[in-house]
Structures are given as structure tokens and as C-alpha cells.
Ligand binder design. Sequence first.
Ligand code: 6PG
Length: 254
Amino acid sequence: MADHIGERQGDVCIFASKAELFAFTADRILRLSEAVLTAVGRFVAALSGGQTPTGLYRELARPSRALDWKKIDVFLVDERIVPYEDSRSNFGMIKKTLLDAVPIPAENVHPIPVDQADPYAAARRYEEEIYRVFRAPPGAAPRFDLVLLGIGEDGHTASLFPGSPLLDETTRLAGAVPEDDAGTARITLTLPVINNAQEVIFLVTGKTKAPIVQRVIEEKDGRLPAARVRPRGGRPLFYLDNDAASKLAPPVAS
Ligand code: 6PG
């Protein structure tokens, strides 16, 4: 099962297979949701797109997981301004792998608006939606119970790319990337809201991610957006497969 190699920047768990990684992460999310629902009656998560979490979402969708979907709100961490039916759409992927398969009420699902060309206007609308659901006054950073993130090979997370002015954002909850490397506009949650979350989990797999995982976890290279994720309530969790963890130093025996 998990080889817990602990005390680095955050908690690091390494799994021999993706199946184990996804099953463990799904369990963790189920347990977290149960604890939060017992305490406050509502669980609010922000989920990432990309390839990595599709296996996790399918796992979460299994009837045996039995999350209490009526009391769970799902937001998106980031999105490309493309139709939801487009293969690049994060919402499209999460809908197909998870939301269509579970009894979540439509009003609990909060996709990022993609129906207008101006990404700045879309970011403002998304921010309003976050304030509405959290019933928070503008200016108060809402606290997501869970933010699930990935890491790109360049160290980006969400749609926060190295060198982006969005990394200096201190007040807005959602920001616009006018054009990514592929020429697509994106909307993303910003660091103030990500870092205010109760729990942040990075899910990373594959050999191509090993060098960046090493730089984020061991070097804590602050130029990398992923290394700037430091949730107020604790440290991010890094859930990795063996390949993604292959450049980390072995754990020091205690
Ligand atoms: C996206 C993401 C992005 C992603 C990383 C890792 O929409 O692409 O939000 O931050 O998590 O790029 O992506 P993979 O899981 O596909 O490697």
C-alpha cells in the first residue's frame, strides 16, 4: 500500500500502482467528506481537469463509494474557454467520468462559464458564483473543504503558469489567462482561495513528472506555481505513483 515518506514540504504518499493511488485517494475524500458533513452539513470541493484524475473520478463514481452527493458541491479548479463538449473541457471530462454517474443535484454543480469570449468577464462571474454559494461577503476568502490539483511538467498547477501575474493575486478568487501555450483562454482559481482550503491534494503520476515533482517537493522552488501552494490549515498532500516519485530522495529512517 502507501509508502508514507512524510516530513518534507508536505505529506508525500507513494503508491505502487495507479489503481492503489486512486483507491486510496477516493477513500481519503470519502472520509474527509463524512467528517465535514458531520461537522457542518455541507462539503465543497474544487476538482481539477487534466488526464491524471480521470481514474480517481471513475473510482469516486463507483456506487460502493457512496458519497452523500446531495450535500456536496463541486466547483472546477480551472477551465479552458471551450464548449463543455470539447475534448479539452475540464468540466466535460469531470461530467463524463463522475458527475453523470452519481446522484448529485444539478444545483450543486458549478462549472466555470464558457459562454462568453471575454475570459475576464467569465472569471468575474465565476467569482460571484463562489461568493453566492459560500454566502461570503466580497473580500472574504471562502474556504473550500478540498482542492484537488495536478502538476504540469513546467510546474504549473490549476491554470497558474510560471511567471504569470496571477501568481501575485491577493484578493480575486478567480483569474483569467488570456492565452495559454495552445492559444486557448483559461479561467483559474487563484492562490488566495487555493491556499485557504481545508485540504489540498496533489495527484501526480508518470515518469515525465518525476523531475518537476522533485523540484516542487524537495527544492521547494518558489518560481514554480505548484510550490507556492501552502494551505493555511496545514500542508498540501502529495499522492504520487512510483514513476512520479522516482527522483525523490529515499526516506530517512527514523
Ligand atoms: C488542466 C489542469 C492542469 C493539470 C495539469 C496536469 O486543465 O490541464 O487544471 O493544472 O492539472 O496540467 O495535467 P495532467 O493530469 O493531464 O498531467
